[in-house]
Design a protein around this ligand. Structure first.
Ligand code: XIL
Length: 394
């Protein structure tokens, strides 16, 4: 099958035309999924026993991975693996504001984002939208907008343009990514930079309301990091996040789910407490929200160089975390931040330097190795899915 032909019929499907009928798109996607979604490419040397998306689906879970336009266009072998294993994709970087923006307000390049959205649509995969606002990837011109009105206008346009373009196609939007930072010293634990400085905490309400109006069928997510471990810092972040959810509930701000990033470390990281994590997830579920594990991966910076030992430690970290997290029936989705070590921000050393290995060996953070062979991490995840309690799909 000519993959490129498959991915390049975006305009035919109406991707890129905000007014294209979402029902028509859904029908097309369903038809295409029936034709191609279950194809297992012959060039992939994956484990021949379990397929992650199926193991997950048996328990009511949606399993997915990141992908990029570049990978879709240039790495067909990897794309084959994604089609085999994943039921959902998320653009690793292609939908981030600063990445899309060419330097001036409104001057965004949608083409890589369209490629990812079109790929999901054409292959019957669910699509996560990541993300509408993130302090860390905001275009530099935004910081020159002096008044709250100008900044609010920019936020509204960002949401309407991006969420509007893919209206009806997105399973979940990370509306605001990483809104919490207790270290900033505010009583409410909110991150103080960028959006909050000029507009105040109401920027959150604005962003979630406009996203709901723009794409009423997308689940709206608050996505946060460092809420998985048993340390005072992470406890402060969890408390601040719960306070934010309470505040959103009081003000009627629309929110459907919490995203737990879960960038884990297999050894020498912060202490993990399964009961602490379970309690936190139960607290989130108590707000009537669902939970998504959105960016799961495992660094091996302190693990020995011996590959077999390292792979086992990484697999154990996946298993330990997922066993605890999946006990909570409100958890409906698990997304690994990549599928193969061939394409990982950890291996590319885009993480903080403290996560890099010091022996020069490449990290091995994901379920498949760089040759797309299944690793113990894959079995760890598959076993965690197999042992997880069933739940209603969310
Ligand atoms: C990362 C990407 O994986 C890298 O390629 C990029 O250089 C930086 O961003 N939390 C998030 C993700 O919400 O968007 C980040 O992705 C990883 C941390």
């Amino acid at each position: 099958m000519n993959n490129r032909k498959l991915y390049n019929c975006r305009s035919r499907l109406g991707v890129g035309h905000p007014r294209a009928d979402p029902d028509r798109r859904r029908v097309l996607a369903a038809g295409l999924a029936a034709l191609w979604g279950c194809t297992i490419p012959s060039n992939v040397s994956a484990a021949d026993t379990v397929v992650l998306r199926k193991a997950a689906a048996e328990k009511g879970l949606l399993y997915g991975t990141t992908i990029s336009a570049e990978q879709i266009n240039d790495d067909h072998e990897f794309v084959g693996l994604v089609l085999q294993q994943a039921g959902l994709v998320v653009a690793e970087n292609d939908m981030k504001w600063q990445v899309m923006n060419r330097g001036a307000p409104g001057d965004d390049d949608y083409s890589p984002a369209d490629t990812v959205a079109g790929f999901a649509l054409e292959n019957g995969l669910a699509l996560r939208g990541h993300n509408l606002l993130w302090y860390h990837r905001t275009p530099s011109w935004y910081f020159d907008l002096a008044t709250p009105q100008e900044q609010e206008r920019a936020i509204i346009e960002r949401v309407q343009h991006l969420a509007g373009r893919y209206r009806g196609m997105v399973h979940s939007w990370d509306v605001v990514n990483e809104p919490i930072e207790p270290k900033d010293g505010r009583k409410d634990g909110l991150r103080s930079g960028v959006f909050l400085e000029t507009i105040g905490p109401d920027y959150l309400d604005l962003a979630y309301r406009v996203t709901r109006e723009t794409d009423p069928t997308a689940r709206l997510v608050v996505n946060e990091y460092d809420v998985e471990f048993d340390t005072p810092e992470q406890e402060a972040r969890r408390t601040a996040l719960l306070n934010l959810l309470e505040r959103m509930r009081r003000s009627g701000t629309p929110v459907d789910a919490v995203g737990i990033q879960a960038h884990l470390s297999c050894i020498g990281g912060p202490p993990f407490s399964a009961s602490r994590l379970r309690r936190f997830l139960a607290d989130v579920a108590g707000f009537g929200l669902t939970i998504q594990i959105t960016e799961l991966d495992v660094t091996d910076e302190h693990a020995p160089s011996d590959q077999a030992i390292r792979d086992r430690l990484v697999a154990d970290a996946y298993r330990q975390f997922l066993d605890a997290a999946l006990d909570e029936p409100a958890v409906k989705m698990v997304v690994t931040w990549g599928l193969s070590d061939r394409h990982s921000w950890i291996v590319r050393q885009e993480t903080h330097q403290s996560k890099w290995r010091s022996d020069g060996a490449l990290s091995r953070p994901l379920p498949f190795d760089a040759d797309l062979k299944a690793k113990p991490a894959y079995e760890g995840i598959a076993n965690a899915f197999a042992h997880a309690p069933g739940r209603a799909v969310g």
